[in-house]
Ligand binder design. Structure first.
Ligand SMILES: Cc1cc2nc3c(=O)[nH]c(=O)nc-3n(C[C@H](O)[C@H](O)[C@H](O)COP(=O)(O)OP(=O)(O)OC[C@H]3O[C@@H](n4cnc5c(N)ncnc54)[C@H](O)[C@@H]3O)c2cc1C
Length: 378
């Protein structure tokens, strides 16, 4: 039975462990944290990611709530600009939830899957090995452990130690910060829509994350002016929501140029933020991590040496993630336009129907993983 080590038990690492175990791998997940505590805030999962989770038997419908549309608003006035439908025709839906709930259902599924072991307080600190196997050193309070495996999956996030050890560049600051808030159910639950308020160099996104009506609010601001600034005086309904909300922290938004595998044919794959941390402007970072995990497991499980499958993994994933990155850059430009360019944007969007705006995203949301033929996944 082939053996994989997965560094990191975040969204990417847990999904990869489940996908690999389904393909007959024995998987050891090694996580730096001493406990998997609830971190982060809200997360949106589009149909492309939900499809993978369903195929892997992750009971994702047990957490969060369904959303059917994104309502785009003018930030200062709150005026509705346009509505984008996000529901899918094949019933995969679109969900909004707390990241901790996603991690919990992934962890429960991994724990119930034969062949997966998880150890905590283990930090990847060194990599070695030739073309045939991956040698790793993990440090823990018990000391350092050297291991060999047929595959190392680096799912250790934006500050990936694996990427650093492989010589890839450090993440780059994007110049923007995310201020995150959670508001309790005392705030009216609102419709099953995601709302986005757009303004010059800033935008705000709000959605429910549970049936009790808990709201997730994220405010994107420039690093140069890192408080709420003008956002505090935007749409009065948004201001009321923000004043009733609890801050849960600020996240400097970092990016990395995509990198997928070790050079020299070593069986080391990078997935999730370790491979391609991206700005959250298309809400696809975790979704791409989930897709990566599924496609990787298919590519390394055809009986050939795992390193051979990694070229195919990169060939499948690089164009898709590149297209997502282009969409992210497009959203960044369009969301943050100054007046009067924003006026032209609003007019152009106002004449489009929710379904026609949804069609622009069909390539993204209608992607479906094919268990046996990942080549068809594009
Ligand atoms: C404001 C904001 C909003 C977002 N909204 C969305 C959204 O709506 N939809 C969406 O799809 N995405 C969204 N994202 C992106 C998403 O959160 C990330 O892309 C996703 O969580 C990345 O998952 P990951 O598993 O790759 O990394 P992480 O979740 O960072 O997990 C990495 C894991 O590796 C562990 N680790 C680190 N170093 C080591 C080491 N040396 N050894 C062992 N373990 C290690 C860490 O402790 C951690 O558990 C958002 C991001 C931000 C900042």
């Amino acid at each position: 039975m082939p053996e994989a080590i997965v560094a990191g038990a975040g969204i990417a690492g847990l999904t990869a462990a489940i996908a690999l175990a389904h393909k007959g791998w024995r998987v050891r997940i090694r996580e730096r944290a001493a406990r998997l505590e609830p971190v982060g805030a809200g997360i949106q999962l589009s149909p492309n990611a939900l499809d993978v989770l369903h195929r892997l038997g992750v009971p994702i419908d047990r957490v969060g709530v369904a959303a059917d549309s994104v309502v785009l608003r003018d930030g200062p006035s709150g005026r509705r600009i346009a509505t984008v439908s996000v529901s899918s025709s094949d019933g995969r839906g679109y969900r909004v939830l707390h990241r901790a709930d996603l991690q919990r259902v992934l962890l429960e599924t991994a724990s119930a899957t034969a062949g997966i072991d998880l150890s905590l307080s283990e930090t990847l600190v060194a990599l070695a090995g030739d073309g045939r196997d991956a040698r790793t050193v993990f440090e823990s309070p018990r000391g350092a452990t050297q291991d060999r495996s047929d595959l190392l999956v680096a799912a250790d996030g934006v500050h990936s130690a694996a990427a650093r050890l492989l010589g890839f560049p450090a993440p780059v600051a994007s110049g923007a910060t995310a201020l995150r808030f959670i508001a309790s159910s005392a705030v009216p639950a609102g419709p099953a829509a995601i709302e986005a308020w757009l303004g010059h160099r800033r935008h705000v996104v709000r959605y429910r994350i549970d049936t009790a009506g808990t709201q997730n609010i994220v405010v994107i601001v420039p690093d140069a002016d890192p408080g709420l600034g003008p956002v505090a005086a935007w749409d009065p309904s948004l201001a009321a929501m923000l004043s009733a909300a609890e801050p849960v922290g600020s996240w400097p938004l970092l990016t990395v140029e995509p990198r997928w595998r070790a050079e020299g044919g070593r069986p080391v794959a990078l997935i999730g933020d370790a491979a391609h941390a991206m700005l959250p402007y298309a809400a696809q970072g975790a979704a791409m991590a989930i897709e990566d995990a599924f496609v990787l497991a298919a590519c390394v499980s055809d009986g050939a040496p795992p390193a051979d499958g990694l070229a195919r993994f990169e060939a499948l994933r690089a164009p898709r993630v590149q297209r997502v990155l282009e969409r992210v850059a497009f959203h960044k430009r369009v969301y943050h336009l100054p007046h009067p360019l924003s006026f032209a944007r609003d007019l152009a969007l106002a004449v489009r129907s929710p379904r026609s705006l949804r069609r622009d995203l069909a390539w993204l949301y209608d992607w479906r993983a094919d268990t046996d033929r990942p080549d068809s996944a594009n």
